[in-house]
Design a protein around this ligand. Structure first.
Ligand code: SAH
Ligand code: SF4
Length: 405
């Protein structure tokens, strides 16, 4: 395989989904092949179950071989599958060409006649290997940041999900950028991947079926509203007040609650779409009466949708999910404030699954000393935050990629 600079300047082998249609056409022409081959290649990539060039039988062997020498068919060296929830959820651990690992999760739901919706299949994609934001309840945050994914590496997670579904005679209906990483801190690649996914000759997925979730990167939310207005925005809020949100989403020190809400409202006005707020429910941390009252008063009248997600346990935190009854009470309190609320069951839990957990396991556990130290820091920091004090420093991840050993 020829080493060619992948977008982003790194020396990774070039992969098919990293090429625009024009770039692909130029490569095909350089190889001396006819221009109609471009359509055959894109159909093979997006509308077949081929996992390598040799599976795209319309191309014929000589062209398959020439292409295989130039361009990787898939961005992934290895795809490891784990099934959970009686086959409703498939977790994919994907090894990239430089050995970085990311996760994608495929979730299937049956038709819901009450809501008039047909069967759904949603793929949750990663936008980065690791994440630099460092939310302390998140397994990906704990890993620290490895690198941004390219547009092709993001799109290929969707290609694989579609192939799996095709073998089951199902259709992919939705894509959510809620896997590893902060999509709006890799915004150019994320936008380029959206362009590939929505291009009729490539992914052909409706813009409105795509959701980008952010921990609150304000300039990114503004760009999303201006440049990709059909995309649904989800904001990971977790807390309505700054001292607690500083702890739960360290980026809050840069863009505090008010700025995030203002940007989300601006998005909603510009796009005519309602914002979804995500709140990971953590026992005794963000589910106290004062927290839910602050959340209801912050979002009252916004017409937003709120997803309450029970926290998935992760090794390095002393925290656990809120009691189901408490989550139901909060849901009702928010409904009374005019919001629509969904209480999410956490999909894929059996597979060890909040975002990044599988990859975190593969990266190797942080040392027990580092975990114990981090837990102590979190207990101390949350005690301060719960009393309304803003702390100066975010808590560094305990590793294995992120720092202390
Ligand atoms: N970085 C983006 C998108 C990826 S995280 C963001 O933070 O929005 C996707 C969602 O999973 C976020 O709402 C995040 O808060 C949530 N999440 C992370 N760790 C979790 C855990 N242990 N339990 C439940 N939800 C979690
Ligand atoms: Fe990053 Fe999102 Fe995890 Fe926070 S919750 S560390 S932003 S992936």
């Amino acid at each position: 395989m020829k080493e060619t600079a992948a977008p982003g300047g790194s020396q990774r082998p070039l992969s098919l989904s990293d090429l625009s249609v024009n770039q692909l056409a130029a490569r095909v022409s350089d190889l001396g092949a006819e221009s109609y081959r471009v359509t055959q290649i894109l159909d093979g990539a997006w509308r077949s179950v081929a996992t390598s060039w040799s599976g795209v039988t319309t191309l014929g062997k000589p062209l398959q071989e020439r292409l295989a020498n130039e361009i990787r068919f898939s961005a992934f060296d290895e795809v490891e599958r784990q099934e959970a929830e009686d086959g409703a959820t498939t977790k994919l651990l994907l090894t990239l060409s430089d050995d970085a690992k990311v996760e994608a999760v495929l979730m299937r739901s049956p038709a819901d006649p009450r809501r008039g919706s047909g069967p759904r299949a949603t793929v949750c994609v990663s936008s980065q290997a690791g994440c630099a934001v460092g939310c302390p309840f998140c397994a990906t945050g704990e890993l620290g940041f490895t690198r941004n994914l390219s547009a092709g590496e993001i799109q290929d997670q969707v290609r694989i999900a579609r192939q799996i579904l095709r073998t089951e005679d199902r259709e992919l209906t939705n894509v959510v950028y809620m896997g590893m990483g902060e999509p709006l801190q890799n915004i150019d690649a994320v936008f380029a991947s959206i362009d590939g996914l929505t291009d009729p000759v490539r992914g052909g997925i409706g813009q409105r079926r795509i959701t980008v979730s952010t921990s609150g990167v304000v300039p990114g939310i503004e760009r999303l509203a201006k440049q990709r207005p059909q995309i649904t925005l989800a904001v990971s809020l977790h807390a309505a007040r700054n001292p607690l949100r500083d702890l739960l989403v360290p980026l809050n020190r840069k863009w505090p609650v008010e700025a995030v809400i203002a940007a989300a409202d601006g998005h909603s006005r510009a796009t005519g779409r309602r914002t979804t707020y995500e709140v990971t429910m953590i026992d005794g941390i963000n589910d106290r009466p004062e927290d839910s009252a602050a959340l209801a008063s912050l979002l009252r009248g916004s017409g937003a949708h709120v997803n309450l997600i029970p926290m998935n346990a992760v090794a390095h935190t002393p925290w656990k999910e809120s009691a189901p009854e408490r989550i139901e009470q909060i849901a009702n309190q928010l409904r009374a404030a005019g919001l629509t609320v969904t209480v999410r069951r956490n999909r894929g839990r059996e597979a060890g699954a909040a975002c990044g957990q599988l990859a975190a396991e593969k990266a190797g556990a942080p040392t027990p000393v580092a975990v114990a130290r981090r837990r102590e820091l979190l207990v101390a920091a949350s005690a301060a935050a719960l009393q309304g004090q803003r702390t100066a420093q975010p808590i560094a991840p305990s590793g294995p990629l992120g720092g202390e050993s």
